[in-house]
Design a protein around this ligand. Structure first.
Ligand SMILES: [Zn+2]
Length: 123
């Protein structure tokens, strides 16, 4: 679980600024997941958008398509974002390692939407 309390999804509360040598400019990242993002930047991963989940959705690391293979080599597991099902960005979403979420969040945010979009929706 992350340290967020009453942080709405899509808000920029609880973010900190990172200025890493691999970046062209500073970026803002959820404080709960910042250490992991800095570690990945140091390993050469290009992160594009990451979110601690705010105890409401999946804690995720999102990367540029060219960093997908490196994330897999680092042992990161994909999760299916049902909003982006096709194209070069479909496999760019990974579960964060440093922040975990409840089984309820996985059930309601990943598994049930996956069933809906891949099985029920096709019937
Ligand atoms: Zn958080």
């Amino acid at each position: 679980m992350c340290n967020c309390k009453n942080v709405e999804l899509g808000s920029f509360d609880n973010q900190i600024q990172i200025d890493h040598c691999s970046l062209l400019h500073p970026i803002w990242v959820d404080a709960c997941i910042a250490d992991e993002v800095i570690h990945l930047l140091s390993r050469g991963v290009k992160t594009t958008a990451s979110c601690c989940g705010h105890n409401k959705t999946i804690p995720s690391i999102v990367v540029a398509p060219e960093s997908v293979k490196l994330m897999e080599e680092l042992g990161y597991k994909h999760f299916n974002n049902v909003c982006i099902r096709r194209g070069p960005y479909a496999r760019t979403f990974f579960y964060a390692k440093s922040v975990k979420c409840s089984l309820w969040i996985k059930l309601t945010k990943v598994w049930l939407p996956y069933l809906w979009h891949n099985i029920i929706d096709d019937l």
